[in-house]
Design a protein around this ligand. Structure first.
Ligand code: SF4
Ligand code: SF4
Length: 350
């Protein structure tokens, strides 16, 4: 009898291990499904999950070459904490999964072409606050669902390479304009991440679907897109009108058209953005006062009016002086040929 019991031990252990594995996989699947459903309920347009690991060798090389060539211009923070940018596990002990979410910012009402243009993402309230609130709600839901799990939320708050992780998590692909493109949805999205110390069901990265298109490179007025996937930030109007301190170089100023804060041309020209839908997030809608502003009012904007218009807005990143510098630059070098178009262009691309 004793002998028979001993013989059955390995089989029982094997069955136990198998059951434990099945239970673990079911729990991972259930939690992954909960996370995606909850992200959509909170208003995110897409959610995916990647395994937290080192950035792959090809992408590491691309980033390091870009930095070595100084294409990040004055954004010195891009080169600092490079070890963490290349391995998110250094941002949180025990991190095993990266949850990536995207929030649509495409404005329901756009500024008219005779008005000064602001980047679409800057129409409403500061996205950092909106994303933070939603990410923390998602994290708290996860912790309630699965007590004992630890996580950390990020939105532009740490050296996490967000477009890479959004691609790894299956949200979309990085286009030749360096934006993340979500199929059937476009590129007008804020990205956010949550690191979790648990294994989940990971998604598969999507193949690049830019094909033979190069509209973004053709449309860029300053040739900041020097080659597919290669942005020279020092020539990009988005960088020059928002991040850059000091005067805007004259040749770039000549190409501003009527863009006073940011530039969306390489998104406007992208055929995948024919799929964009207006954001449903109320805090990202522009105020009526902002939508009514005409060039004469911007030209004589006081600091008090600036504060009223941009209370709680991301435009404060450029500060009053920065915005007025941009306005002065485009008035000094008006170039009607580079005027902004209204909304998205029609395209026959398919
Ligand atoms: S944001 Fe404007 S300037 Fe910058 S790469 Fe795109 S089109 Fe060129
Ligand atoms: S414009 Fe064309 S090449 Fe550029 S990102 Fe869009 S699909 Fe890709």
């Amino acid at each position: 009898m004793k002998r028979a019991f001993e013989q059955s031990l390995p089989a029982t252990k094997k069955a136990g291990d198998f059951n434990a594995k099945v239970i673990m996989e079911t729990m991972q699947k259930d939690l992954s499904q909960y996370i995606k459903a909850e992200a959509l309920r909170l208003g995110f347009g897409a959610c995916g999950i990647a395994h937290a690991d080192k950035v792959d060798a090809a992408s590491q090389k691309t980033l390091q070459e870009w930095l070595m060539q100084g294409k990040q211009a004055g954004m010195a923070y891009m080169a600092s904490h490079i070890d963490k940018r290349l391995d998110p596990r250094l941002l949180m002990e025990g991190a095993q999964s990266v949850i990536c979410v995207a929030l649509n910012y495409y404005p329901p009402i756009a500024l008219k072409k005779e008005q000064y243009q602001f980047a679409w993402y800057a129409y409403g309230k500061d996205y950092h606050d909106i994303m933070k609130e939603k990410l923390h709600a998602l994290l708290s839901g996860i912790c309630q669902q699965s007590p004992g799990i630890n996580g950390k939320a990020f939105c532009d708050t740490a050296p996490l390479w967000e477009r890479y992780w959004a691609w790894k998590a299956g949200l979309g692909w990085i286009g030749k304009n360096t934006q993340l493109i979500i199929p059937q949805a476009g590129s007008t999205f804020f990205l956010g991440e949550i690191l979790l110390d648990t294994t989940l069901c990971h998604d598969t990265p999507l193949p690049n679907r830019c094909g033979n298109c190069s509209k973004c490179l053709e449309i860029c007025p300053t040739h900041a897109l020097e080659a597919p996937y290669r942005l020279n930030a020092g020539r990009c109007l988005s960088y020059l009108t928002i991040e850059h301190r000091g005067e805007i170089p004259e040749d770039a100023a000549e190409q501003m058209g009527n863009c006073v804060y940011g530039c969306d041309r390489c998104q406007q020209g992208c055929p995948w953005n024919r799929f964009v839908r207006p954001t449903a997030e109320p805090k990202l809608q522009a105020s009526e006062a902002f939508l009514r502003m005409m060039p004469e009012e911007w030209n004589t904007l006081s600091i008090e009016r600036y504060r009223e218009l941009f209370k709680g807005s991301a435009v404060k990143r450029a500060k009053y002086e920065g915005l007025m510098r941009n306005i002065r630059a485009l008035r000094k070098k008006p170039n009607p040929a580079s005027l902004e178009t209204e909304g998205l262009p029609k395209t026959d691309w398919d």
